[in-house]
Design a protein around this ligand. Structure first.
Ligand code: D5M
Ligand code: FE
Ligand code: ZN
Length: 516
């Protein structure tokens, strides 16, 4: 009660002040001032508006909504990055700025046309040689790895010599609390030993090594082919300043729509579509919609068919064509001046092994026809207004969750960015070969993170999370599917109906909630 009285009072005060100074207010400005009063920002904004008016060469008659909006932006640009909840709009005209923004989208890397694994033994060897060579190069860019020697040289050095080698971890065994790792480079294999009496930091680092990753090992030469580990070094990404857009232009980073599933949250998604069209939200939220130029979906556009046993029971559309047809009906409601970028996930209609080519036209024709869409593979890299994105569905995050201590399905809301950070540190999107994540042995390893992205965007685990790491913004999207029976059993609580919206100028995320 008291609060709403304060709101009314400050509104009246501001309006009478404007009138006294000889200004008039149009209807839209009046609505804006009302919202500002509710948000406790009216006084500060009004003060600046009036001060700015005095500086104008010719005194205008009206205080327009544009003036107020500009002032709010000047004063609260950073505040606008905080979490927002959509509220019903007052319903006036919507003139999106992004309609005038030219599209600045470049596809830098897309595996769709270049892959062609034969799957033979020779291909398998070439694949791992390429993985080793690429990550070795990244490791040697580090000052502390530069002087690493080959495994052969290390094994030829006298006992008790300090050695530093680079290799693929081809085996991890544990016997009576001692860990043995098989490490090999292109010519020789060594056994790296981490004893139970080793330093705690070495043991902790060893626990976080994944099978088939490329790593630098520091150690001491022992007998036979043994090296006693004293340290592990990951290639990691260097600390740097990310590239940013020159103007405030936004991208919606979505994934895991799961259209076709009983659990697809159609209502929330429709609300998102209405917000894009300027039909939902207060003026600040509509200001963001007005500057939204890109929508990325990082896989699992549909729920698919036959992805897991008894899936039919959880489907509304039991036919893959119908699912993409429904997806097309939703996607075509996205305003035409927004660029839509889609990559596949493990539920989409394309090959399952990574790298995945783009969603197949033969299954998703209606989506291809509905509007212009940029269909690329998983993973892909793109640039939006100068900002480099690494797009990845995130299938291997399941492997990270089962191998890295402390990252559990139960606590992903706190740990998902740690899991993604882990992939950046090892500079590989899916190290473990032949386990949960199917990988095709291409002649080139498309899963090595060669170029350091400004934004690393993934999905798959259905939990929203974001964090800045050494200049790179890590984002996991969450989903548009509520908790499935399987996820309930796993203890995974999805974040659905909340879209992380990225400001390309500041690389800050605004999570927008469409569930209310
Ligand atoms: O995967 C969503 C999340 O749920 C992801 O972390 C894997 C997990 N999930 C879901 N279904 C299964 C099954 N059947 N086995 C193992 N893990 C599962 P999504 O790709 O959206 O289904
Ligand atoms: Fe999914
Ligand atoms: Zn998935």
């Amino acid at each position: 009660m008291e609060d709403s009285q304060n709101v009314n009072l400050s509104l009246k005060k501001a309006i009478s002040l404007a009138f006294t100074l000889g200004y008039q207010l149009d209807r839209e400005s009046f609505g804006l001032l009302q919202e500002l009063a509710q948000e406790n920002k009216l006084e500060k904004v009004m003060e600046k508006v009036l001060a700015d008016l005095k500086d104008l060469p010719e005194n205008p008659l009206f205080i327009t909504s544009e003036m107020i909006q500009k002032t709010v932006k000047d004063l609260y640009e950073e505040d606008a990055e905080n979490s927002l909840t959509i509220v019903e709009s007052v319903g006036d005209t919507f003139n999106p700025l992004s309609k005038e923004f030219p599209s600045e989208l470049e596809v830098l890397d897309d595996p769709t046309e270049t892959i062609g694994s034969t799957g033979d033994l020779d291909g398998f060897l070439k694949y791992f040689q390429d993985r080793f060579t690429r990550i070795e190069r990244l490791l040697r860019e580090r000052l502390d790895v530069k002087d690493a020697i080959t495994v052969k040289e290390a094994l030829n050095s006298p006992s008790k010599t300090k050695v530093k080698i680079i290799g693929i971890v081809t085996g991890i065994r544990e016997r009576r609390e001692t860990v043995f790792m098989q490490i090999e480079d292109l010519e020789t294999v060594a056994t790296v030993l981490i004893s139970s009496r080793a330093d705690k930091t070495v043991r902790e680092k060893a626990e976080r090594i994944l099978l088939d990753q490329v790593v630098c090992v520091e150690g001491v030469r022992s007998q036979r082919d043994l090296i006693v580990a004293t340290n592990f070094i990951n290639p990691d990404i260097p600390e740097r300043k990310p590239k940013t857009a020159k103007k405030a232009v936004y991208a919606a980073l979505l994934s895991d729509l799961h259209i076709g599933s009983k659990y697809f949250q159609e209502k929330s998604f429709n609300k998102f579509l209405r917000w894009l069209q300027g039909r939902e939200g207060n003026y600040r939220q509509r200001e963001i919609a007005s500057r939204l130029k890109y929508i990325i979906v990082a896989g699992d556009v549909v729920d698919g068919v036959g992805i897991f046993p008894d899936q039919e029971k959880e489907l509304v559309q039991t036919d893959i064509y119908e699912q993409y047809d429904f997806a097309a009906k939703l996607i075509q409601q996205i305003p035409e001046y927004i660029d839509v970028i889609l990559i596949p996930g493990n539920h989409d209609a394309t090959r399952q092994a990574l790298p995945q080519p783009a969603i197949k036209k033969e299954y998703a024709e209606p989506v291809y026809e509905a509007r212009k869409v940029v269909m690329i593979g998983d993973p892909s890299t793109i640039r939006l207004n100068g900002v480099e994105f690494l797009l990845f569905h995130g299938r291997s995050l399941d492997d990270v969750i089962s191998s890295v201590p402390d990252v559990l399905y139960r606590n992903l809301d706190e740990t998902i960015s740690t899991a993604m950070k882990y992939l950046l540190k090892i500079r590989h999107l899916a190290p473990i070969y032949g386990s949960k994540t199917p990988i095709a042995p291409e002649t080139q390893d498309y899963l090595v993170i060669d170029s350091v992205p400004d934004v690393f965007h993934a999905g798959h685990v259905h939990v929203l999370g974001y964090e800045e790491y050494r200049g790179t913004l890590i984002v996991n999207s969450g989903s548009w599917q509520s908790q499935t029976p399987f996820q309930e059993k796993m203890g995974l609580v999805p974040t659905w109906g909340i879209a992380p919206i990225l400001n390309l100028r500041t690389l800050k995320i605004t999570p927008m909630d469409f569930t209310k």
